[in-house]
Design a protein around this ligand. Structure first.
Ligand code: KG4
Ligand code: ZN
Length: 354
């Protein structure tokens, strides 16, 4: 069974084709990140306009790379992200998917973006170059740690469609904290990867930061971000009134690297400790760590060393936003016997929760 996935929830315009819930046939991602870089974060209007310009070429490329002849004949269904995300961005993907479902006469499946991140871990085969996929699929019951720019949560899945959220962030998502600390250090957007690169040059023990705990499996990253700000102000001999916008010039290179390394270390330990406690309590058969921050190598190392179970991390290109995970979720909805949605009635849900 072949599924076309479409994803436009934030600043990535993506389309992908997957087969039988395990094989990646194509994965096309066009990011408008460079257009947002000048503003230090995603500008919703720019993201939406960019989706409008790119969506059809991206879909054409994805179906054409999957099958050179008659691709639409081989596609059995379309899956699209309908939330959570930016309303204007989601609308472009949903309107396109609805139109294609009607024009090509294909069933349509509506996908929760956050949950879809987990399904990326079930891809085990591809002929595409540059992917490192696990040879086996995760087993249920599984514990998932979803870490992205908009979400940080732990969930227990008894199968693809039945799950319980054990806890989530009460304020900032961990990716958001990476992005904000990166901005404080004057690093280029998107901040997560730039901060991770700088952290390699710093000492993770050099800046003392608090471990913020708000509940057994809940997270809080806003306090950690503020603690980084206070430590940085102190490092340059200033108090809390010193504006964060002046920090990039006031801090030297070694100080920035130490702050980056110490923040990353603390954020990773907070995530790994909660995951370890949940593994001990729920005794899952496997663990999946997914979402943009799962691309972080330090997080991968620490979790691998602490969890006495197979931990599935999707390939780095399938951690950050993509449509392969959306197609996967569509496939597993079909396999679970769920019927698709009526295209004209499908709407976006920007604040869709798990
Ligand atoms: O899943 P994703 O692409 O989008 C959302 O659904 O939010 O996650 C994006 C987030 C951003 O905050 C980005 O800075 C972070 O993932 N990120 C990283 C790394 N790569 C991406 N954070 C830390 N280390 C990385 N290597
Ligand atoms: Zn995402």
């Amino acid at each position: 069974m072949v599924i076309l996935g479409i994803e436009t929830s934030c600043d990535e315009t993506a389309a992908a084709v997957i087969k039988d819930g395990s094989e990646l046939l194509s994965n096309v991602v066009a990011s408008s990140a460079d257009l947002h870089a000048a503003y230090g974060g995603v500008v919703p209007e720019i993201a939406a306009r960019s989706h409008v310009e790119t969506i059809l070429p991206v879909i054409d490329k994805a179906v054409g790379e999957a099958y050179t002849s008659d691709p639409w004949q081989k596609i059995d269904a379309i899956a699209v992200t309908h939330g959570p995300g930016l309303a204007g961005s989601l609308l472009v993907g949903v309107m396109t998917a609805k139109s294609l479902a009607l024009a090509k006469n294909k069933p349509l499946y509506a996908v929760n973006h956050v949950k879809a991140h987990v399904e990326a871990a079930f891809l085990t085969k591809t002929a595409l170059p540059g992917y490192s996929l696990s040879k086996k699929q995760p087993h249920f019951p599984l514990l998932a740690l979803i870490v992205s720019g908009g979400h940080t949560l732990l969930a227990q899945f008894s199968d693809h469609q039945n799950y319980k959220v054990l806890g989530q962030t009460t304020d900032d998502a961990v990716g958001e904290a990476f992005d904000k600390v990166a901005k404080m250090l004057g690093l280029p957007y998107p901040g997560g990867p730039s901060l991770a690169a700088l952290a390699l040059k710093g000492d993770p023990q050099s800046v003392k930061l608090p471990t913020v705990k708000v509940g057994k499996y809940s997270f809080s990253f806003s306090g950690l971000k503020t603690a980084v700000l206070r430590a940085s102000q102190k490092m340059v001999g200033q108090d809390y009134t010193f504006p964060s916008t002046k920090l990039p010039k006031a801090l030297n290179g070694a100080q920035k690297a130490n702050i980056a390394a110490s923040f990353q270390q603390k954020a990773v330990i907070i995530l790994a400790d909660s995951l370890k406690a949940a593994v001990e309590e729920y005794q899952p058969s496997s663990v999946v760590v997914a979402g943009g921050v799962a691309a972080n190598l330090k997080l991968r190392q620490v979790i691998d060393s602490q969890i006495p179970l197979p931990v599935f991390f999707p390939d780095v290109k399938l951690c950050t936003d993509n449509a392969a995970m959306v197609a996967q979720e569509g496939y597993f909805q079909i396999k679970s016997g769920l019927t698709g949605v009526d295209p004209p009635s499908l709407d976006v849900i920007p604040n869709l929760s798990m």
